[in-house]
Design a protein around this ligand. Structure first.
Ligand SMILES: *Cc1c(COP(=O)(O)O)cnc(C)c1O
Length: 373
């Protein structure tokens, strides 16, 4: 059976984990957490990066830092993971969903402005499959209406828009290092803070409401409960695992891109039966996903079943949030759902992961091709 995903392992994980055990310091913000934070700050030219316990809690932090009031509205796509919306609910906001673009499956930047009311405070964009949203347009709308922008870049680590790392363009960026993502620590994530005025507040929020981070840097001689907070820092064992991935980030990225490109070339002549991913010129993607779109939901069900009979696992995702029970409870869809539901029903993801073998890749290609013969 060719699995759909396999969590990456580059070889140094055990060594680094042993190092943590030997150091007797397993709690957060130790050596490996610092190495990961610093690496991302340098590599992505980010003002500040802090590891978190998940991509979901990175989003929670970002939305809490936006300092919303009850009744404030957050604009977001409906075609996304539940965490994107949960973060806004935690911060007390109402959800306003807008439609996606059918070509990238990202929020349709031309539909955002019409959804803005005097209650709107934040736009959350989600870079689907590591392919950037149209950020110049979105940032321009946000600045003109005095809104904050949170990038759900859970899938976008190492991807770029006009040469800028995803996550570093809005006010906050959120990465995920869940085992299904390109770089993994089992469960984990990071928040990217692009405006230094939030640094201190973010540290306090992440450290149970205390200024312990300052204390650990020797800037104060005792730490105090300053504000509301929670515990968002991961343990060192997880950070050690992630460090082994980040060290090999280019190797992992190139390997995934190679698989992605092989799929994409192999399916070019099926284009009238199968819609292939579209990468806008401004975007450098990270091969987080290779998806194709079938004719409709029946065609997709047949396709997934066909691949399964050939021992290949393919999956679909995101029943649109606005039609889910929680979406009905907490949000509304602004405008018409032209593409969100229709396109979500056609999409299916093929196996892609670090070190997917050439043999397995060719099996997938053959199976997809034979479905159409
Ligand atoms: C994976 C993912 C998340 C959540 O990340 P976790 O680390 O699993 O909490 C949020 N948003 C999107 C778009 C994701 O793909």
């Amino acid at each position: 059976m060719i699995s759909f995903n396999r969590t990456p392992c580059t070889g140094n994980e055990i060594k680094y984990i042993e190092e943590v055990i030997d150091s007797h310091q397993l709690c957060g913000d130790g050596k490996f957490t610092k190495k990961c934070n610093q690496w991302m700050e340098e590599r992505f030219h980010a003002q500040k990066v802090l590891l978190t316990t998940s991509g979901s809690t990175a989003l929670d932090m970002a939305l809490l830092l936006c300092d919303l009031n009850p009744g404030d509205e957050v604009i977001l796509p409906s075609y996304t993971f539940s965490s994107t919306a949960n973060a806004a609910i935690l911060a007390g906001a109402k959800l306003v969903f807008v439609d996606i673009r059918p070509d990238t499956m990202n929020i349709d930047e031309t539909k955002i402005e019409d959804a803005i009311t005097d209650k709107t405070k934040v736009i959350i964009v989600m870079h689907y499959a590591g392919v950037s949203c149209e950020m110049d347009t979105i940032m321009d709308i946000a600045r003109r209406h005095n809104l904050l922008v949170v990038e759900d870049a859970a899938q976008g680590v190492m991807a770029e828009y006009k040469g800028k790392a995803l996550g570093t363009i809005g006010d906050f960026g959120c990465y995920s290092f869940h085992e299904t993502k390109n770089y993994s620590m089992g469960e984990g994530g990071a928040i990217v803070i692009n405006n230094a005025k939030y640094n201190e507040k973010a540290e306090i929020l992440r450290e149970k409401g205390t200024d312990r981070s300052k204390f650990l840097r020797g800037q104060i001689d005792k730490y105090t409960w300053i504000d509301f907070g929670d515990s968002y820092l991961p343990g060192e064992l997880n950070a050690a695992y992630l460090w082994a991935q980040l060290e090999q980030a280019d190797e992992i990225n190139n390997d995934r891109l190679h698989t992605w490109n092989c799929y994409n070339e192999a399916f070019q002549d099926l284009k009238d039966r199968l819609e292939l991913p579209y990468i806008p010129e401004e975007c450098t993607h990270n091969a987080h996903m290779y998806y194709v779109k079938l004719k409709d939901i029946e065609d997709r069900t047949r396709f997934i079943q066909y691949l399964k009979e050939k021992d290949i696992l393919s999956v679909f995702h995101y029943v649109p949030l606005h039609s889910a029970p929680a979406g009905l409870k907490y949000g509304r869809f602004h405008g018409e759902d032209v593409y969100t539901t229709k396109e979500s029903e056609r999409l299916v993801r093929l196996p892609i992961y670090y070190q997917l073998t050439e043999e397995d890749r060719n099996k997938v290609i053959q199976a997809v091709r034979s479905y159409f013969e």
